[in-house]
Design a protein around this ligand. Structure first.
Ligand SMILES: [Zn+2]
Length: 189
């Protein structure tokens, strides 16, 4: 087996941690007192995990390498379209669930499809307008269920399932296509 190349960042932490960066480099975060030989042993013992993640990251980079980011006017149009598609769903589900909500913002974010604040203000990502209807519906149901459960507890997921029995299929679609969709946002927010 070839030696694994890695970078070590030592700091006042208590445990060793391992990460594979998007470019495939391996970084070990280590406490100041840990010897280099122990760090090497730690890395070697995680060789399979590292190999798996290097491949995963390379596949991800390949998937998003051909994605053309949306232009400013395209993003603006997409936000408008997303609002038109999402607002009726928010109304519909809030009513059948019997929950309230505050403001609804449509954003161009690279990190998430939706969020719900403690005050009930909802955020939705404009890329939802590029998703299948079921996936968009799932994000609306998900965020509105946070009006009852501000967490991802078993009770939360069972509420999601009550209102959308096939939600797992849509969640999986978003998981599989999320990186390509987010790459279309470019450098926004
Ligand atoms: Zn959530």
């Amino acid at each position: 087996m070839a030696d694994i190349e890695y970078f070590v960042e030592k700091s006042h932490r208590r445990t060793l941690s391992l990460a594979v960066k998007p470019d495939g480099s391996v970084v070990v975060k280590a406490p100041l007192f840990v010897r280099n030989s122990d760090i090497k042993r730690f890395v070697d013992s995680h060789a399979d995990w590292i190999a798996k993640n290097v491949i995963k990251n390379a596949a991800r980079s390949e998937r998003i390498s051909h994605v053309e980011p949306l232009t400013e006017p395209e993003l603006k149009a997409l936000k408008k379209k997303a609002r038109e598609l999402i607002m009726p769903l928010v109304h519909e589900y809030a009513e059948i669930m019997g929950v309230t909500y505050g403001t609804v913002a449509i954003r161009a974010q690279k990190s998430r499809f939706g969020s719900c604040s403690g005050k009930g203000n909802l955020n939705f990502n404009c890329v939802l307008a590029l998703c299948p209807e079921g996936a968009m519906r799932y994000v609306v149901v998900h965020e509105l269920c946070h009006r009852r459960h501000m967490n991802h507890s078993r009770a939360f997921w069972s509420m999601v399932e009550d209102y959308m029995p096939d939600y797992k299929e849509h969640r999986l679609w978003l998981k599989r296509n999320g990186d390509v969709l987010m790459a279309r946002i470019g450098k926004q927010e």
